[in-house]
Design a protein around this ligand. Structure first.
Ligand code: PMP
Length: 403
């Protein structure tokens, strides 16, 4: 029998095609303005943080890295360090040990393990994402066992800012026991985050309406600093006393992309459920990939748990933030200098690495065919792909696409 003749062609994912399409383009002006949302230096390279280089050398100097299996829930010093980074060393939930930390295959894996736990163990079946959101959320949660995907309003295209009233209204109307995916900081793709006052309001609605918040925490340290960027999670867990999940990725804030270092945290109201949650998480991981890889988690643990290394990480992230701010300002200034029609202040005011430009798909296509510039059709660009060599060219192209 032939089993594979009727395999339907799968959907082509934009994120995986932009890079290769750009590579094939013979134009000397071509530029990939996405590079999978990674931090890129002025020279156009991926940056291995100096603190990561240092710790890797120390691990190598210690002899052959042990290849034995980790436990299903991962390296304990890593998960504890990760939870401490999210909740804060002084937080009640952390000090009272009201949490379960699970080392996962980066942020995607953290979301998947969390989704499976919520769907299969707690029987939750509806999840909410912001409109728009990272395009993988729905795939992960549906694969994790959720039945219904819903959206809450988030981006107001007219004002190019947060539709806070729409967001609150949609959450207030959400059925009880719905899961709400919230991006902690530097929202992908819009670069727009709620203010602290707005976060409190979101937390109160979650509490009043019995909604379960899942924080997708990918770029902690990219906006203000490592501690400030975690404020909302700490407020939900400590001040509002909510049970929450946190899905951390260390792909971006330790630049450990391919090491796949992540952590799924469940914060409970009492310690009595901790062991039961651990037992369920162990079964989920066992039936999925059995246990996680060790190398990246060892690197992260050495950075998260050592005060000197942690300070170096904070310094490395300062460089990331400076470059992001510099490129945002330069792009904005250039568009103003060119007199590009419209208000481009969002280029400067948005947070994190994405500029959600407000351009339409036809404009995105125009930039690709005429200028060989490759960006997401939903119009956002990774601002770190700009540098002193290509900035004028990109700005001029955007100017031309916005008559
Ligand atoms: N959530 C968001 C919002 C993201 O932008 C990303 C990465 N682009 C992820 C989760 C997961 O990333 P990773 O699996 O590489 O950690």
């Amino acid at each position: 029998a032939k089993f594979f003749n009727n395999v339907p062609q799968g959907e082509c994912l934009e994120i995986f095609s932009i890079g290769p399409n750009c590579k094939k383009d013979p134009s000397p002006h071509k530029a990939d303005l996405c590079v999978a949302g990674s931090f890129i230096t002025e020279e156009g390279d991926l940056w291995v943080f100096p603190v990561v280089q240092k710790v890797e050398k120390e691990i190598a100097a210690g002899g052959i890295d042990c290849k034995g299996y980790l436990p299903a829930l991962g390296l304990e010093e890593f998960t504890t360090g990760a939870v401490k980074l999210a909740l804060g060393a002084e937080s009640k939930a952390f000090c009272e040990k009201r949490f379960v930390g699970v080392q996962t295959l980066s942020g995607t894996g953290a979301l998947r393990v969390t989704a499976e736990f919520l769907a299969k163990v707690l029987n939750l079946n509806t999840f909410y994402v912001s409109a728009p959101t990272w395009e993988n959320h729905h795939r992960i949660f549906l694969a994790g066992g959720f039945k219904h995907k819903r959206e809450y309003r988030y981006w107001n295209a007219e004002t190019r800012s947060l539709d806070f009233n729409g967001m609150i209204q949609d959450l207030q109307e959400a059925p009880e026991n719905s899961v709400v995916i919230l991006q902690t900081v530097a929202h992908n793709p819009t670069g727009v985050d709620p203010t602290p006052v707005q976060w409190k309001e979101i937390g109160r609605v979650c509490k009043d309406r019995n909604l379960f918040p899942v924080f997708d925490c990918v770029r902690q340290g990219f906006v203000t600093d490592l501690q400030t960027d975690a404020w909302n999670m700490r407020c939900f867990a400590d001040e509002l006393g909510l049970e929450i999940a946190i899905c951390q990725s260390f792909a971006k804030n330790l630049a450990l992309y391919n090491e796949r270092v992540g952590n799924a945290t469940i914060v409970t109201q009492d310690t009595s459920s901790v062991y039961k949650i651990k037992s369920q998480m162990t079964l989920i991981v066992r039936g999925n990939y059995s246990n996680p890889p060790a190398h990246g988690a060892r690197i992260a643990a050495k950075i998260l748990n050592d005060p000197d290394n942690f300070e170096q990480l904070a310094d490395n992230l300062k460089i990331v933030r400076c470059r992001v701010t510099e490129m945002r300002t330069k792009l904005y200034d250039k568009l103003v200098e060119l007199g590009t029609p419209g208000d481009w202040s969002h280029v400067k005011s948005q947070l994190g690495i994405f500029v959600y430009s407000g351009m339409t798909p036809p404009q995105v296509d125009y930039l690709r065919t005429k200028y060989h510039l490759y960006m997401f059709r939903s119009c956002h660009i990774n601002v770190c792909t700009l540098n002193s060599k290509n900035l004028d060219y990109v700005a001029t192209a955007i100017h031309d696409a916005n008559p």
